[in-house]
Design a protein around this ligand. Structure first.
Ligand SMILES: *[C@@H]1O[C@H](CO)[C@@H](O)[C@H](O)[C@H]1NC(C)=O
Ligand SMILES: *[C@@H]1O[C@H](CO)[C@@H](O)[C@H](O)[C@H]1NC(C)=O
Ligand SMILES: *[C@@H]1O[C@H](CO)[C@@H](O)[C@H](O)[C@H]1NC(C)=O
Ligand SMILES: *[C@@H]1O[C@H](CO)[C@@H](O)[C@H](O)[C@H]1NC(C)=O
Ligand SMILES: *[C@@H]1O[C@H](CO)[C@@H](O)[C@H](O)[C@H]1NC(C)=O
Ligand SMILES: *[C@@H]1O[C@H](CO)[C@@H](O)[C@H](O)[C@H]1NC(C)=O
Ligand SMILES: *[C@@H]1O[C@H](CO)[C@@H](O)[C@H](O)[C@H]1NC(C)=O
Ligand SMILES: *[C@@H]1O[C@H](CO)[C@@H](O)[C@H](O)[C@H]1NC(C)=O
Length: 482
């Protein structure tokens, strides 16, 4: 069926911006001449937003039978909209607008050269009907699902795509995760819980200006991707919800994560690259990653975790201007015998932390294996880990740094760190085993394995990653009818 509504059409955004009011009237007039098109009433504001690419065509979910009453399933409306719009990929691409309303939906798949725009007054509600969540193939670098052998598709899922934008005026995606958390805790699930947004094998990916709440599990997972921009995201999960990681860049190259606010029951950001022998075999590192201007609250987990699944390797990660409040640890390394691969060339600067259990935490005995097929001789190589310019207040332990016997973590550098302690601090402030490195200007003073070397500043790269130079374009949604 050819959709002839004025909502689905070619647009020159600049021109439309200027003549939006005229256009609205023209659109209504056109409707009178197109039988299948009924004029509707909700006007969308003339919205301007930033994106990797603007689109020539756009449509509104209601053009495809969407009902924003919070009760009717929109899974089919999303599928038919995106299926239709995918045909415009080679003709300037298309945007699907989710207008104000509450849009209940199960999982749906994105397409290339496509923008999903979630209006500021729109809420996507994750369906509670499990039949709305198809089972999808396991991730090759994990060899199985994380909770259980199989896994369910994410709410917004995309694989083997190029040029995709998921954005909005801080519109909301509510995973309605509570029943999933309960089933997971009770061991009632035989599949891995869905995530909110998962993008696989794709390049040129933007995820921005959204509020994600109550994910059944992880919130944003990009895996086997390159050229990824994630910004201005608000992620809110109850601090006791299971595995509600904020953003997980996984086996991706060239990623920029910035200006995000995350409250989570697990790591605010978890940098990963596959699990034991499966991750070794796929061999795709996470590299060229910049994380900046993050605020994190996570009482039982890390601000930023590297691992524990790091079996494709993690290298060249730059982390700066981070705030953590009431969080268990700062930039934590988690690994284990059997992971193999490496975590190297990690640079952290300018962190402010308040009410922390640990400022520095590295764990070489994290455990958790996909199965018994891991190689006990596969030792991870952890080296050149640099931290500087850190202030932390109300801290229980300054550092717990546990390398691996006969596989020490080396090249650790920590400089210009001021830690003030809680009323009841631990006696042994720096507990170090199987680590090697240096410190400078650190209070309280570090352990003997990290001797003072003065004067010294730990390095932070001066060059820029290619993703730092990617500029977003100014795009607009003309005033239209929804
Ligand atoms: C995204 O959020 C930032 C911060 O609030 C804001 O400056 C920017 O204009 C927003 N963009 C859109 C498209 O809403
Ligand atoms: C989305 O795509 C994946 C991979 O092709 C497929 O397994 C899944 O069923 C699709 N989901 C939907 C809702 O069509
Ligand atoms: C996606 O790309 C990967 C890697 O190139 C390939 O192995 C896989 O078969 C592709 N999947 C689909 C559904 O095209
Ligand atoms: C986005 O919405 C969330 C939840 O309502 C709010 O806490 C946050 O401040 C908003 N962000 C921006 C940039 O407006
Ligand atoms: C999981 O359980 C559901 C019903 O509870 C069943 O239909 C499905 O086949 C099971 N899947 C696996 C992978 O065991
Ligand atoms: C300091 O940390 C303790 C936990 O160790 C917490 O109970 C207390 O509220 C914090 N104090 C302040 C002033 O934040
Ligand atoms: C030490 O770190 C603090 C906090 O980030 C910063 O303000 C100060 O400039 C740093 N000092 C030096 C010498 O770099
Ligand atoms: C120091 O760390 C080691 C290794 O993790 C642990 O066994 C030991 O109990 C810790 N000591 C103290 C006093 O916390």
């Amino acid at each position: 069926m050819e959709n002839l509504c004025p909502n689905l059409k070619s647009r020159n955004s600049q021109v439309i911006e200027m003549i939006s009011t005229t256009f609205l009237l023209l659109g209504l007039a056109l409707c009178l001449h197109v039988a299948e098109c009924t004029p509707k009433t909700t006007p969308l504001d003339n919205i301007v937003f930033s994106a990797l690419n603007c689109r020539k065509h756009s449509a509104v979910l209601t053009d495809f039978g969407g009902v924003g009453d919070g009760k009717t399933s929109n899974t089919k409306a999303f599928a038919s909209a995106i299926n239709k719009l995918s045909g415009l990929a080679s003709d300037g691409g298309a945007m699907l607008i989710v207008p104000p309303g509450k849009w209940l939906t199960g999982s749906f798949n994105l397409t290339s050269h496509f923008t999903l725009y979630i209006h500021k007054d729109a809420v996507l509600l994750g369906s509670q009907d499990e039949s709305e969540w198809p089972e999808v193939a396991i991730l090759p670098s994990y060899g199985r699902g994380r909770d259980a052998p199989g896994r369910l598709s994410s709410l917004i899922f995309g694989t083997n795509l190029t040029d995709i934008v998921v954005t909005g005026g801080n519109g909301t995606i509510d995973g309605q995760g509570a029943p999933w958390w309960k089933k997971f805790r009770n061991g009632e699930l035989n599949v891995t819980r869905p995530y909110l947004i998962q993008i696989l094998f794709s390049n040129q990916v933007q995820i921005s200006n959204l509020t994600l709440v109550n994910s059944p599990s992880w919130n944003v997972h990009t895996i086997y991707c390159s050229d990824v921009v994630i910004q201005w995201m608000t992620v809110l999960a109850p601090i006791d919800s299971p595995n509600t990681d904020g953003i997980n860049p996984d086996s991706c190259t060239n990623t920029r994560i910035e200006d995000c606010y995350i409250v989570s029951g697990d790591d605010c950001i978890a940098v990963k690259s596959g699990w034991d022998q499966y991750g070794n075999k796929v061999g795709m590192p996470t590299q060229q990653l910049v994380i900046r201007r993050l605020t994190c609250i996570s009482p039982d987990s890390a601000t930023i975790a590297l691992g524990s699944e790091m079996s494709g390797g993690i290298q060249d990660v730059r982390i700066e201007d981070i705030t953590a409040i009431n969080t268990q640890s700062g930039v934590r390394i988690k690994t284990a015998v059997g992971r193999g691969a490496f975590v190297r060339d990690i640079y952290v600067r300018r962190m402010f932390m308040k009410t922390m259990k640990y400022v520095f935490w590295m764990t070489g005995s994290y455990g958790e294996h996909p199965d018994n097929g891991f190689d006990p001789k596969a030792l991870p190589e952890i080296k050149r880990i640099n931290y500087r310019d850190i202030v932390a207040e109300n801290v229980t332990y300054s550092a717990r740094l546990d390398g691996i016997t006969n596989d020490p973590f080396t090249g650790i550098c920590i400089s210009n760190v001021t830690i003030t302690l809680t009323e009841k601090p631990k006696k042994l402030q720096w507990n170090c085993t199987n680590v090697e490195g240096v410190t400078s200007n650190v209070t309280p003073p570090a352990c003997d394995l990290l001797p003072e070397k003065k004067p010294m500043e730990c390095p932070f790269p001066e060059d820029r990653l290619p993703i730092e130079d990617v500029k977003l374009k100014s795009c607009s949604i003309a005033s239209t009818v929804a």
